[in-house]
Ligand binder design. Structure first.
Ligand code: NAD
Length: 254
C-alpha cells in the first residue's frame, strides 16, 4: 500500500544530543516525516520536538517514557497517536551500555540492560503493531550491535550482547508474524559510532585502536545509521523484512 501523504515516525531514545536517535529524528524530519519523540525526560522530549518543528517545519510531539516499563510506553504512544498523523514507522533506538564484566555481574545489572535493550523494543513494537495491523501498513526498525554478532569485544559486555542478540531474534520473529499485515521489521547493527553512550570513554586513542579492525578506516557517525534506518522505513523497501544490516565499516562480515 502507498504511504499516506502525512505520516509519523516514532523515534525512541531521541533526546541524547550526539546520539543516533537524535540524528535519526533530524534526518527523517528533514525528509518530511512527522516525529514522535520518546525518551526518559518529558521536558527534554518536548524541547526536541519543538526544535524539529522550528528547524524542519514538521509536526512533532514529545513524551517522556521509560521504555523498560510497558504501561509507560503504551501511554506515550497513545499520546503521540492522538497528536500526530498516522504512525507508519517506529525506530527503536533507546538503549543503554553495560561495561560490567561477567564475573562481576549482579542480577540488577542483567535486568536493567535486558529491560531497556530487549524488553523495551518489544513493548514499543507490540503497541505500534496494534495500530499498524489496523492500518495494514507499518515499518519497524530495531537497533542491534556488532556486539551481538561477535559476543561483545566492545565497550559493553555480556548482558548487552545478549539483549542485542535478542533484538535480532525479535526482529525475525515479528517480521514473520506481522508480514501478512504489510508491516516490515528490520534491524540495523552498528559498529563503533561516535556518540556519548560510552560515557566519554571513546578517546582518540580508543578510536584509532577500533579502526584497526575495520575495512573502512574511520569510526562511524550517527548519520551512517540514520541513513540505513531511513532506507528501511521508506515506501519502496516493503519487500525487505526480517533483515539485519551491519553498518559497521566492515567489522563483521558473514
Ligand atoms: P546515547 O546514550 O547517545 O542515546 C541513548 C538514548 O536512549 C538516550 O537519549 C537515553 O536517554 C535513551 N534511553 C536510555 N534508557 C532509556 C529508557 N529506559 N527509556 C527511554 N529512553 C532511554 O546512545 P547511542 O550511541 O545513540 O545509542 C543508540 C542505540 O544504538 C542504542 O540502542 C545502542 O545500544 C545502539 N548502538 C550504539 C553503538 C555506538 O557505538 N554508539 C553501537 C551499536 C549499537
Amino acid at each position: 500500500p502507498a504511504f499516506p501523504a502525512e505520516r509519523t515516525a516514532i523515534v525512541t531514545g531521541a533526546v541524547s544530543e550526539r546520539g543516533i536517535g537524535r540524528a535519526t529524528a533530524n534526518y527523517l524530519a528533514e525528509r518530511g516525516w512527522s516525529i514522535g519523540v520518546v525518551d526518559l525526560d518529558d521536558a527534554a522530549c518536548k524541547a526536541v520536538a519543538d526544535g524539529l518543528t522550528a528547524t524542519y517545519g514538521v509536526k512533532a510531539h514529545g513524551v517522556g517514557a521509560n521504555i523498560a516499563d510497558e504501561a509507560s510506553v503504551r501511554a506515550a504512544i497513545d499520546e503521540i497517536e492522538a497528536a500526530l498523523p498516522q504512525v507508519v514507522a517506529l525506530a527503536n533506538i533507546a538503549g543503554v551500555s553495560s561495561p560490567v564484566g561477567y564475573l562481576d555481574l549482579e542480577p540488577a545489572e542483567w535486568d536493567r540492560v535486558l529491560g531497556v535493550n530487549l524488553n523495551g523494543v518489544h513493548y514499543a513494537t507490540r503497541r505500534v503493531a496494534e495500530s499498524m495491523v489496523k492500518n495494514r501498513l507499518g515499518r519497524i526498525v530495531n537497533i542491534s550491535s556488532v556486539s551481538a554478532q561477535r559476543g561483545g569485544g566492545t565497550f559493553s559486555k555480556t548482558p548487552y550482547s545478549v539483549a542485542k542478540a535478542g533484538v535480532i531474534g525479535l526482529t525475525r520473529a515479528t517480521a514473520r508474524e506481522l508480514g501478512p499485515y504489510d508491516i516490515t521489521v528490520n534491524c540495523v547493527s552498528p559498529g563503533p559510532i561516535d556518540t556519548d553512550i560510552m560515557g566519554g570513554t571513546l578517546s582518540q586513542e580508543r578510536k584509532d585502536d577500533m579502526v584497526k579492525d575495520l575495512v573502512v578506516n574511520r569510526v562511524g557517525n550517527t548519520r551512517d545509521i540514520a541513513a540505513a534506518i531511513h532506507y528501511f522505513i521508506g515506501e519502496d523497501s516493503g519487500y525487505v523484512s526480517g533483515q539485519t544490516l551491519n553498518v559497521d565499516g566492515g567489522l563483521y562480515m558473514h
